[in-house]
Design a binder for this molecule. Structure first.
Ligand SMILES: CSC[C@H]1O[C@H](OP(=O)(O)O)[C@H](O)[C@@H]1O
Length: 366
Protein backbone atom coordinates (compact mmCIF):
# COMPACT_ATOMS: atom_id res chain seq x y z
CA UNK A 1 0.00 0.00 0.00
CA UNK A 2 1.17 3.60 -0.61
CA UNK A 3 -0.22 6.59 1.21
CA UNK A 4 0.87 10.10 0.31
CA UNK A 5 3.57 8.56 -1.80
CA UNK A 6 4.95 6.72 1.21
CA UNK A 7 4.92 2.91 1.04
CA UNK A 8 3.23 1.53 4.13
CA UNK A 9 5.94 -1.05 4.43
CA UNK A 10 8.35 -0.98 7.38
CA UNK A 11 10.90 -3.51 6.14
CA UNK A 12 12.03 -5.09 2.87
CA UNK A 13 14.96 -7.19 1.73
CA UNK A 14 17.46 -5.88 -0.83
CA UNK A 15 19.79 -7.55 -3.31
CA UNK A 16 18.54 -11.08 -2.84
CA UNK A 17 18.55 -10.87 0.95
CA UNK A 18 22.11 -9.61 1.31
CA UNK A 19 20.79 -6.44 2.95
CA UNK A 20 17.58 -5.22 4.61
CA UNK A 21 15.98 -1.80 4.35
CA UNK A 22 13.93 -0.53 7.32
CA UNK A 23 12.02 2.63 8.11
CA UNK A 24 14.06 4.24 10.88
CA UNK A 25 11.30 5.01 13.36
CA UNK A 26 13.56 7.09 15.59
CA UNK A 27 13.36 9.81 12.90
CA UNK A 28 9.55 9.87 12.88
CA UNK A 29 7.35 11.86 13.12
CA UNK A 30 9.79 14.49 11.89
CA UNK A 31 11.26 12.80 8.87
CA UNK A 32 10.54 9.66 6.95
CA UNK A 33 13.95 8.01 6.70
CA UNK A 34 14.96 4.53 5.64
CA UNK A 35 18.11 2.77 6.73
CA UNK A 36 19.97 -0.17 5.20
CA UNK A 37 21.11 -2.99 7.49
CA UNK A 38 24.01 -4.94 6.02
CA UNK A 39 25.02 -7.01 8.99
CA UNK A 40 23.12 -9.05 11.60
CA UNK A 41 24.64 -6.76 14.25
CA UNK A 42 22.84 -3.83 12.59
CA UNK A 43 19.59 -5.75 13.16
CA UNK A 44 20.38 -6.20 16.85
CA UNK A 45 21.12 -2.47 17.15
CA UNK A 46 18.00 -1.48 15.24
CA UNK A 47 15.79 -3.65 17.48
CA UNK A 48 17.47 -2.63 20.77
CA UNK A 49 17.34 1.09 19.92
CA UNK A 50 13.80 0.86 18.54
CA UNK A 51 14.61 1.94 15.00
CA UNK A 52 12.24 -0.92 14.33
CA UNK A 53 9.67 -1.72 16.98
CA UNK A 54 6.38 -3.50 17.48
CA UNK A 55 6.21 -7.22 18.17
CA UNK A 56 5.58 -8.53 14.65
CA UNK A 57 8.14 -6.22 13.07
CA UNK A 58 10.73 -7.04 15.70
CA UNK A 59 10.21 -10.71 14.82
CA UNK A 60 10.57 -10.20 11.08
CA UNK A 61 13.65 -8.03 11.58
CA UNK A 62 15.07 -10.84 13.70
CA UNK A 63 14.38 -13.31 10.90
CA UNK A 64 16.28 -11.12 8.44
CA UNK A 65 19.06 -10.81 11.01
CA UNK A 66 19.46 -14.60 10.85
CA UNK A 67 19.64 -14.33 7.04
CA UNK A 68 22.47 -11.80 7.31
CA UNK A 69 24.23 -14.00 9.86
CA UNK A 70 23.99 -16.98 7.48
CA UNK A 71 25.40 -14.79 4.74
CA UNK A 72 28.39 -13.84 6.91
CA UNK A 73 29.14 -17.27 8.35
CA UNK A 74 26.69 -20.21 8.05
CA UNK A 75 28.74 -22.51 10.28
CA UNK A 76 26.99 -23.62 13.48
CA UNK A 77 29.11 -21.78 16.03
CA UNK A 78 28.85 -18.37 14.38
CA UNK A 79 25.21 -18.79 13.37
CA UNK A 80 24.13 -19.91 16.84
CA UNK A 81 25.98 -17.02 18.49
CA UNK A 82 24.35 -14.51 16.14
CA UNK A 83 20.91 -16.08 16.63
CA UNK A 84 21.31 -15.82 20.40
CA UNK A 85 22.29 -12.15 20.23
CA UNK A 86 19.37 -11.37 17.92
CA UNK A 87 16.83 -13.26 20.05
CA UNK A 88 17.96 -11.36 23.14
CA UNK A 89 17.89 -7.87 21.63
CA UNK A 90 14.60 -7.16 23.51
CA UNK A 91 12.88 -9.50 25.98
CA UNK A 92 9.12 -8.93 25.97
CA UNK A 93 7.85 -9.37 22.41
CA UNK A 94 7.76 -13.15 21.97
CA UNK A 95 7.72 -12.71 18.19
CA UNK A 96 11.48 -12.14 18.25
CA UNK A 97 12.39 -15.49 19.81
CA UNK A 98 9.61 -17.17 17.83
CA UNK A 99 11.04 -15.88 14.53
CA UNK A 100 14.67 -16.70 15.35
CA UNK A 101 13.69 -20.17 16.58
CA UNK A 102 11.67 -20.81 13.42
CA UNK A 103 14.55 -19.72 11.22
CA UNK A 104 17.14 -21.79 13.09
CA UNK A 105 14.85 -24.81 13.10
CA UNK A 106 14.85 -24.68 9.32
CA UNK A 107 18.55 -23.93 8.86
CA UNK A 108 20.41 -26.16 11.31
CA UNK A 109 19.38 -29.42 9.64
CA UNK A 110 20.84 -28.11 6.36
CA UNK A 111 24.38 -28.14 5.04
CA UNK A 112 26.00 -24.78 5.98
CA UNK A 113 26.56 -24.01 2.32
CA UNK A 114 22.80 -24.20 1.67
CA UNK A 115 21.71 -22.19 4.68
CA UNK A 116 21.80 -18.67 3.26
CA UNK A 117 19.56 -19.54 0.32
CA UNK A 118 17.12 -21.39 2.60
CA UNK A 119 17.16 -18.50 5.07
CA UNK A 120 16.23 -15.95 2.41
CA UNK A 121 13.36 -18.12 1.24
CA UNK A 122 11.93 -18.60 4.73
CA UNK A 123 12.40 -14.98 5.77
CA UNK A 124 10.57 -13.85 2.61
CA UNK A 125 7.75 -16.29 3.40
CA UNK A 126 7.51 -15.07 7.00
CA UNK A 127 7.50 -11.48 5.83
CA UNK A 128 4.62 -12.14 3.46
CA UNK A 129 2.82 -14.19 6.11
CA UNK A 130 2.91 -11.17 8.41
CA UNK A 131 1.36 -8.97 5.73
CA UNK A 132 -1.48 -11.42 5.15
CA UNK A 133 -2.03 -12.05 8.86
CA UNK A 134 -2.29 -8.34 9.64
CA UNK A 135 -4.65 -7.79 6.73
CA UNK A 136 -6.78 -10.63 8.14
CA UNK A 137 -6.76 -8.96 11.54
CA UNK A 138 -8.09 -5.84 9.86
CA UNK A 139 -10.85 -7.81 8.15
CA UNK A 140 -11.74 -9.55 11.40
CA UNK A 141 -11.89 -6.35 13.41
CA UNK A 142 -13.56 -3.95 10.99
CA UNK A 143 -17.08 -5.33 11.60
CA UNK A 144 -16.74 -4.52 15.29
CA UNK A 145 -16.44 -0.87 14.34
CA UNK A 146 -19.09 -1.02 11.63
CA UNK A 147 -21.57 -2.70 14.00
CA UNK A 148 -20.96 0.00 16.57
CA UNK A 149 -21.61 2.64 13.92
CA UNK A 150 -24.91 0.98 13.00
CA UNK A 151 -25.91 1.16 16.65
CA UNK A 152 -24.62 4.65 17.41
CA UNK A 153 -25.34 6.33 14.05
CA UNK A 154 -22.45 8.69 14.70
CA UNK A 155 -18.68 8.38 14.24
CA UNK A 156 -17.26 5.61 16.40
CA UNK A 157 -14.70 6.86 18.93
CA UNK A 158 -11.86 4.39 19.35
CA UNK A 159 -9.01 4.72 21.82
CA UNK A 160 -5.65 3.14 21.12
CA UNK A 161 -2.40 3.03 23.08
CA UNK A 162 1.14 3.13 21.73
CA UNK A 163 1.63 2.28 18.06
CA UNK A 164 0.30 -0.93 16.62
CA UNK A 165 -0.03 0.31 13.08
CA UNK A 166 1.85 -0.66 9.94
CA UNK A 167 4.99 0.74 11.58
CA UNK A 168 4.77 -2.06 14.16
CA UNK A 169 4.39 -4.81 11.55
CA UNK A 170 5.48 -5.34 7.96
CA UNK A 171 2.30 -3.67 6.74
CA UNK A 172 -1.32 -2.93 7.81
CA UNK A 173 -0.64 -3.16 11.57
CA UNK A 174 -2.61 -4.98 14.24
CA UNK A 175 -4.66 -2.61 16.43
CA UNK A 176 -4.85 -0.08 13.59
CA UNK A 177 -5.63 -2.68 10.95
CA UNK A 178 -9.37 -2.83 11.79
CA UNK A 179 -9.41 0.95 11.94
CA UNK A 180 -7.86 1.27 8.48
CA UNK A 181 -10.18 -1.41 7.12
CA UNK A 182 -13.30 0.21 8.56
CA UNK A 183 -12.19 3.69 7.48
CA UNK A 184 -11.53 2.54 3.93
CA UNK A 185 -15.04 1.00 3.85
CA UNK A 186 -16.49 4.37 4.78
CA UNK A 187 -17.34 3.76 8.44
CA UNK A 188 -17.21 7.16 10.17
CA UNK A 189 -14.75 6.96 13.03
CA UNK A 190 -12.34 8.97 15.14
CA UNK A 191 -9.32 7.76 17.09
CA UNK A 192 -8.13 8.93 20.48
CA UNK A 193 -4.37 8.46 20.36
CA UNK A 194 -2.57 8.04 23.67
CA UNK A 195 0.76 9.85 23.35
CA UNK A 196 2.27 6.91 25.24
CA UNK A 197 5.06 8.27 27.37
CA UNK A 198 8.00 8.00 27.58
CA UNK A 199 8.83 7.05 23.96
CA UNK A 200 5.67 8.69 22.66
CA UNK A 201 4.84 5.97 20.15
CA UNK A 202 1.46 7.67 19.94
CA UNK A 203 3.15 10.25 17.73
CA UNK A 204 3.86 7.42 15.31
CA UNK A 205 0.21 6.45 15.39
CA UNK A 206 -0.83 10.06 14.80
CA UNK A 207 1.63 10.28 11.92
CA UNK A 208 0.27 7.09 10.37
CA UNK A 209 -3.37 8.13 10.79
CA UNK A 210 -2.64 11.58 9.38
CA UNK A 211 -1.07 10.03 6.28
CA UNK A 212 -4.26 8.00 5.82
CA UNK A 213 -6.55 10.95 6.57
CA UNK A 214 -8.09 9.18 9.57
CA UNK A 215 -9.59 11.69 12.05
CA UNK A 216 -7.76 11.47 15.36
CA UNK A 217 -6.86 13.40 18.48
CA UNK A 218 -3.65 13.02 20.45
CA UNK A 219 -4.34 12.87 24.18
CA UNK A 220 -2.28 12.68 27.33
CA UNK A 221 -1.99 9.13 28.60
CA UNK A 222 -3.92 10.13 31.73
CA UNK A 223 -6.92 11.49 29.83
CA UNK A 224 -8.35 8.17 28.65
CA UNK A 225 -10.22 7.41 31.86
CA UNK A 226 -12.00 10.76 31.87
CA UNK A 227 -12.95 10.38 28.21
CA UNK A 228 -14.41 6.96 28.97
CA UNK A 229 -16.34 8.30 31.97
CA UNK A 230 -17.92 11.00 29.83
CA UNK A 231 -18.90 8.46 27.22
CA UNK A 232 -16.46 9.62 24.55
CA UNK A 233 -14.85 6.22 24.01
CA UNK A 234 -16.90 3.49 22.34
CA UNK A 235 -14.13 0.94 21.91
CA UNK A 236 -10.51 0.35 22.90
CA UNK A 237 -8.20 -1.55 20.55
CA UNK A 238 -4.56 -2.13 21.45
CA UNK A 239 -1.74 -4.33 20.21
CA UNK A 240 0.24 -6.92 22.14
CA UNK A 241 3.80 -8.06 22.64
CA UNK A 242 3.15 -11.41 24.26
CA UNK A 243 -0.10 -13.23 25.05
CA UNK A 244 -0.22 -16.28 27.33
CA UNK A 245 -2.31 -19.34 26.63
CA UNK A 246 -5.01 -18.15 28.94
CA UNK A 247 -5.14 -14.73 27.24
CA UNK A 248 -3.10 -12.60 29.60
CA UNK A 249 -1.69 -9.76 27.48
CA UNK A 250 1.60 -7.94 27.76
CA UNK A 251 1.53 -4.64 25.93
CA UNK A 252 3.00 -1.18 26.22
CA UNK A 253 3.10 0.26 29.73
CA UNK A 254 -0.21 1.94 30.49
CA UNK A 255 -2.35 -0.64 28.70
CA UNK A 256 -3.41 -2.22 31.99
CA UNK A 257 -4.64 1.15 33.26
CA UNK A 258 -6.70 1.60 30.11
CA UNK A 259 -8.15 -1.87 30.61
CA UNK A 260 -9.13 -0.98 34.17
CA UNK A 261 -10.81 2.21 33.02
CA UNK A 262 -12.54 0.42 30.17
CA UNK A 263 -13.80 -2.27 32.55
CA UNK A 264 -15.11 0.33 34.95
CA UNK A 265 -16.92 2.15 32.17
CA UNK A 266 -18.21 -0.90 30.28
CA UNK A 267 -16.13 0.02 27.25
CA UNK A 268 -15.23 -3.00 25.08
CA UNK A 269 -11.47 -3.58 25.28
CA UNK A 270 -9.95 -5.54 22.37
CA UNK A 271 -6.41 -6.73 21.76
CA UNK A 272 -5.35 -7.22 18.15
CA UNK A 273 -2.42 -9.56 17.56
CA UNK A 274 -1.23 -12.36 15.27
CA UNK A 275 -0.82 -15.86 16.70
CA UNK A 276 2.95 -15.35 16.53
CA UNK A 277 2.43 -13.14 19.57
CA UNK A 278 1.00 -16.02 21.60
CA UNK A 279 3.44 -17.76 23.91
CA UNK A 280 1.86 -21.19 24.37
CA UNK A 281 4.38 -22.12 27.07
CA UNK A 282 3.04 -19.51 29.47
CA UNK A 283 -0.19 -19.33 31.46
CA UNK A 284 0.10 -16.62 34.10
CA UNK A 285 1.24 -13.44 32.35
CA UNK A 286 1.87 -11.41 35.48
CA UNK A 287 4.23 -14.03 36.84
CA UNK A 288 5.82 -15.38 33.68
CA UNK A 289 6.11 -12.66 30.98
CA UNK A 290 9.50 -10.89 31.08
CA UNK A 291 8.96 -7.13 31.29
CA UNK A 292 11.63 -5.01 29.66
CA UNK A 293 13.11 -2.20 31.72
CA UNK A 294 14.54 0.49 29.50
CA UNK A 295 16.98 3.32 30.26
CA UNK A 296 15.64 5.92 32.67
CA UNK A 297 17.07 8.54 30.30
CA UNK A 298 13.99 7.88 28.12
CA UNK A 299 11.91 9.48 30.87
CA UNK A 300 14.14 12.52 31.12
CA UNK A 301 13.43 13.82 27.64
CA UNK A 302 10.32 14.24 25.54
CA UNK A 303 10.85 12.86 22.05
CA UNK A 304 9.29 14.54 19.12
CA UNK A 305 9.95 18.14 20.09
CA UNK A 306 10.47 20.24 17.00
CA UNK A 307 12.45 23.50 16.86
CA UNK A 308 9.42 25.41 18.16
CA UNK A 309 9.25 23.15 21.21
CA UNK A 310 6.05 21.65 19.83
CA UNK A 311 5.49 17.92 19.85
CA UNK A 312 5.76 17.43 16.12
CA UNK A 313 2.89 15.28 14.96
CA UNK A 314 0.44 16.04 12.21
CA UNK A 315 -3.14 15.92 13.43
CA UNK A 316 -6.28 15.69 11.33
CA UNK A 317 -9.06 17.77 12.87
CA UNK A 318 -11.34 15.44 14.84
CA UNK A 319 -14.69 14.71 13.30
CA UNK A 320 -16.36 16.92 15.84
CA UNK A 321 -14.81 19.37 18.28
CA UNK A 322 -13.50 17.07 20.99
CA UNK A 323 -12.13 17.97 24.39
CA UNK A 324 -8.64 16.67 24.15
CA UNK A 325 -6.99 18.15 27.18
CA UNK A 326 -9.09 17.59 30.33
CA UNK A 327 -7.40 19.06 33.42
CA UNK A 328 -9.25 17.02 36.08
CA UNK A 329 -11.04 13.71 36.39
CA UNK A 330 -13.21 11.95 39.00
CA UNK A 331 -12.33 8.76 40.90
CA UNK A 332 -15.24 6.75 42.30
CA UNK A 333 -15.09 6.06 46.07
CA UNK A 334 -14.76 2.37 45.51
CA UNK A 335 -11.21 3.15 44.43
CA UNK A 336 -10.48 5.30 47.54
CA UNK A 337 -8.98 3.37 50.45
CA UNK A 338 -9.31 6.11 52.97
CA UNK A 339 -9.41 9.90 53.51
CA UNK A 340 -6.86 11.47 55.88
CA UNK A 341 -8.67 14.15 57.86
CA UNK A 342 -8.17 16.16 61.06
CA UNK A 343 -10.14 13.39 62.78
CA UNK A 344 -7.86 10.67 61.47
CA UNK A 345 -8.10 8.39 58.53
CA UNK A 346 -11.70 7.89 57.52
CA UNK A 347 -13.25 5.44 55.13
CA UNK A 348 -15.15 7.43 52.47
CA UNK A 349 -18.43 5.84 53.54
CA UNK A 350 -17.82 6.87 57.19
CA UNK A 351 -17.51 10.58 56.49
CA UNK A 352 -21.10 11.44 57.44
CA UNK A 353 -20.86 9.59 60.75
CA UNK A 354 -17.47 10.97 61.75
CA UNK A 355 -18.56 14.52 60.85
CA UNK A 356 -22.24 14.24 61.86
CA UNK A 357 -21.83 17.38 64.02
CA UNK A 358 -21.00 19.25 60.87
CA UNK A 359 -24.22 18.26 59.21
CA UNK A 360 -27.17 20.70 59.38
CA UNK A 361 -30.69 19.24 59.92
CA UNK A 362 -31.41 19.57 56.18
CA UNK A 363 -28.29 17.58 55.51
CA UNK A 364 -26.12 20.53 54.42
CA UNK A 365 -22.64 20.86 55.83
CA UNK A 366 -21.98 23.66 58.38
C1 LIG B 1 1.75 -4.68 16.91
S1 LIG B 1 2.73 -4.90 18.29
C2 LIG B 1 2.85 -3.28 18.82
C3 LIG B 1 3.23 -3.22 20.25
O1 LIG B 1 4.65 -3.05 20.40
C4 LIG B 1 4.86 -1.85 21.09
O2 LIG B 1 5.98 -1.86 21.92
P1 LIG B 1 7.35 -1.12 21.40
O3 LIG B 1 6.93 0.18 20.78
O4 LIG B 1 8.14 -0.94 22.69
O5 LIG B 1 7.97 -2.09 20.46
C5 LIG B 1 3.61 -1.69 21.90
O6 LIG B 1 3.57 -2.57 23.00
C6 LIG B 1 2.58 -2.04 20.87
O7 LIG B 1 1.31 -2.33 21.32
Amino acid sequence: MKVNGIPTRSIRSLDGGTAVEIVDQTSLPYHYETRVLNDWRDCVEAIANMRVRGAPLIGITGAWGVVLAAKEDPENAALLAAADAIANARPTAVNLSWAVHRMMGALLPREPSLRFEAAVKLAEAMTQEDVLTCRAIGEAGAPLIADLYQKLRRPVNILTHCNAGWLATVDYGTALAPIYAAFERGTPLHVWVDETRPRNQGLLTAWELAQHGVPHTIIADNAGGQLMQQGDVDLVIVGADRITRRGDVANKIGTYLKALAAHDNDVPFYVAAPSSTIDWKLTDGKRQIPIENRASSELLSVRGIDSTGRIAAVQIAPVEEAVANPAFDVTHNRFVTGLITERGVVAPTDLTSVFSDKLLPEGGAS
